[in-house]
Design a protein. Sequence first.
Length: 257
Amino acid sequence: MNYNYHTHTYRCRHANGADEDYVKRAVEGGIKTLGFSDHVPLKFADGSESGFRCPTKEAEEYIESIKALREKYRDKLDIKIGFEMEYYPTLFDKTLEYVKALGAEYLILGQHFLGPENEGYTHASMVGSDSDEAVKSYADLIVEGINTGVFTYVAHPDVLKFSGDGKVYKAEMRRVCVASKEKDVPLEINLLGVRTDRHYPNPLFWEIAGEVGSPVTFGSDAHEPIDTYDGKSVKKALKMVKKYGLNYIGEPKIRII
């Protein structure tokens, strides 16, 4: 694996390390294309912001820092500048316009919530649910996000912690996988989930992805510089590719926003 488009920075308040340390680790690991995709700055309608994301007051500095590193390391690797972003229908157009103005080049779709956090929605990967409506809403948001045509890929599409009816889960996740295939938007095997033994990657999800033939890519989801290149987890992910007959495409084709 000589690419990684899923890299965070300390600005999201749950990652650590200097920006340059992520770049140094990428070079050390043989990465040729490194995408920074910190959690998108997002100001809600009531003026509040999430403590889970890059604050809006630090957004320009984030862009400038990565630009400077791209210039400094231009002979060693190709650095891309992006964000990881939820699809919230009521905020999508305004947020897309905002990140374009900042100078972001690409987006990955990371649906951690079923709606804006300031409206009381909980983190889908941390608070489990057995509600059929929850998994349907989750699938709706991802499918709608895919259909916008702006996301390079879907990060951890199996992040929802669902303990309800397996038949409902399979039906809704099949919709996600079909949309991924039809729109040629890859689904990410998330290496953070692999290396920390989380509830994702979810075998049920990847069985469906294999059956459908959805394009699949890998993302380190680095929150520490050492994880920018994670060879052990890559080996495990490749075993998943073989086990489920996945359509692994390698490096995704970036969609410039």
